[in-house]
Design a protein around this ligand. Structure first.
Ligand code: HAM
Length: 451
């Protein structure tokens, strides 16, 4: 029997030290996406299975082998989303967002589910940051989207990623390429894997991203999609490349990038690292001009990308990129006894209403143990409330950075604490920087800006 205290294979818990970092990253990424005009969309974790088989494609590994699909109690086939695009497109169509001015730009942070073999950077539950942009065919939009991905990595300090770019054509030119691929792979029928044999008739392009080593050995000599592009696709691709060059975004054209999902047309791209093992694709995306129509909507061009958050974290760790530490608690109150604990609780409640982080002992530790604890959590200020303090109605507020103490009346503690805290911080900063260099006003402005 499975141990109930052990998580499911391929899933990860995010503990407080890490979840803070994820929250920081999400906030930073959302701010950048916002600068590009993207607005957040949230869609359900499960959808009708057909949504994924029709969009991701029923000859893909994702649909054939990796989806978490089940019948609900009403007998409907339901699937946990393996990616974010299909749900975003469904919502865009369902809510008539095409009636809003184009382009509609949406972003999301989602959990995704794929039954893959877990390894470093490959999970069964993982998380994506994704963007989807609807309503323009213009190659400048492709370039702008790639520029957003490029800026994200740049801003986060992530280095050494290679941007690989390709065009995989459109329904006009793709059949010519599929025919050429079919002929090539058909001539190697004896070495093809069983899955690829099945895909040969329906979608030979899928053989190009087969994980089977025998199939992969055939890929380097296979026909190249760029040789089959129609004039429209070629011109589109040339413009995307020209815009990227003009925007100083380095890229490599890689005719081997075909992506593992069926909905793509024209531009496809991946940001790849060689520093996080075999699963080096941190971000991938492209155009999917036919998907809205395929799902029963209008013919609306669209494009997007998704970044794997776990792979991003792996890469940041591999490159030693630190996330600024979490702000420690501002005030720790150390009460001795019930009456003092009640006083501490009242003060803490009032200060929290003012937006100040404040903790007090709820375990019943000795004052000595509480001081140790306050040190461990890095509290900026500490005040002990014992019988003497209750009686004299006065506490000693200790600024832990300098060890300096100030007497504060318990009756006016809540009103006075904010000002006292700022004064102490200003004095300490002034000492650090040299008091001659900055006026008190400058220092106060710095402190307020840093909060
Ligand atoms: P995808 O390439 O399948 O594209 O996934 C995007 C990213 O999700 C990958 O580059 C990778 O970082 C991460 N990822 C994928 N599978 C796993 C896994 N098993 N474990 C950990 N991370 C993983 C899409 O999902 C498309 N929806 C992207 C897109 C959006 N295209 C257009 N719009």
């Amino acid at each position: 029997m499975a141990l109930v205290t052990k998580g499911i294979k391929g899933t990860q818990d995010t503990l407080p030290g890490e979840s803070y970092k994820i929250r920081f990253l999400e906030a930073t990424i959302a701010e950048i996406a916002d600068n590009y005009g993207f607005k957040e969309i949230r869609t359900p974790v499960f959808e009708h299975t057909e949504l994924f088989s029709r969009s991701v494609g029923d000859t893909t590994d994702v649909v054939q082998k990796e989806m978490y699909t089940f019948d609900d109690k009403g007998g409907r086939s339901i699937t946990l989303r393996p990616e974010g695009t299909a749900g975003a497109v469904r919502a865009y169509l369902e809510h008539g967002l095409f009636n809003e001015p184009a382009p509609q730009k949406l972003y999301y942070f989602t959990s995704c589910y794929r039954y893959e073999k877990p390894q470093a950077g490959r999970l069964r539950e993982f998380h994506q940051f994704g963007v989807e942009c609807f309503g323009t065919e213009n190659p400048i939009q492709d370039a702008e989207l790639i520029a957003l991905a490029h800026e994200l990595f740049d801003f986060l300090g992530v280095r050494d990623l290679e941007l690989r770019l390709n065009s995989i054509g459109c329904p006009k030119c793709r059949p010519l390429y599929q025919n050429a691929l079919h002929d090539y792979f058909a001539a190697h029928m004896d070495t093809l894997s069983e899955t690829s044999k099945e895909r040969l008739e329906r979608n030979p392009m899928r053989i190009l991203d087969s994980k089977d080593p025998d199939d992969a050995a055939l890929v380097p000599d296979a026909p190249v999609v760029l040789d089959y592009l129609c004039d429209e696709c070629r011109e589109h691709f040339e413009k995307v490349k020209a815009f990227l060059s003009a925007m100083d975004i380095p890229f490599t054209v890689d005719a081997g990038i075909v992506r593992g999902l069926d909905y793509y047309t024209k531009t496809v791209f991946e940001f790849v690292s060689d520093q996080i093992g075999a699963q080096g694709t941190v971000l991938g995306g492209g155009r999917y001009d036919g998907l809205c129509e395929e799902l029963g909507g209008k013919n609306i061009p669209a494009l997007g990308f998704a970044m794997g958050m776990e792979r991003l974290r792996l890469l940041m760790d591999a490159q030693g990129i630190d996330i600024p530490p979490e702000e420690p608690v501002t005030l720790y109150l150390a009460p001795a006894g019930d009456a003092a604990a009640l006083k501490a609780a009242t003060i803490a409640q009032a200060l929290r209403m003012e937006g100040c982080s404040c903790l007090f002992d709820t375990v019943g530790r000795s004052i000595k143990a509480q001081m140790k604890y306050a040190n461990k959590i890095g509290a900026a200020f500490v005040a002990v409330i014992g019988d003497n303090e209750l009686e004299s109605k006065e506490v000693q507020l200790k600024f832990m950075k300098t060890g300096e103490t100030t007497a504060v009346s318990l009756d006016t503690f809540v009103e006075e604490f904010g000002t006292l805290a700022i004064q102490q911080e200003v004095a300490a900063l002034s000492d650090e920087l040299g008091s001659d260099t900055l006026s008190d006003l400058d220092l106060k402005a710095i402190l307020e800006g840093s909060n």
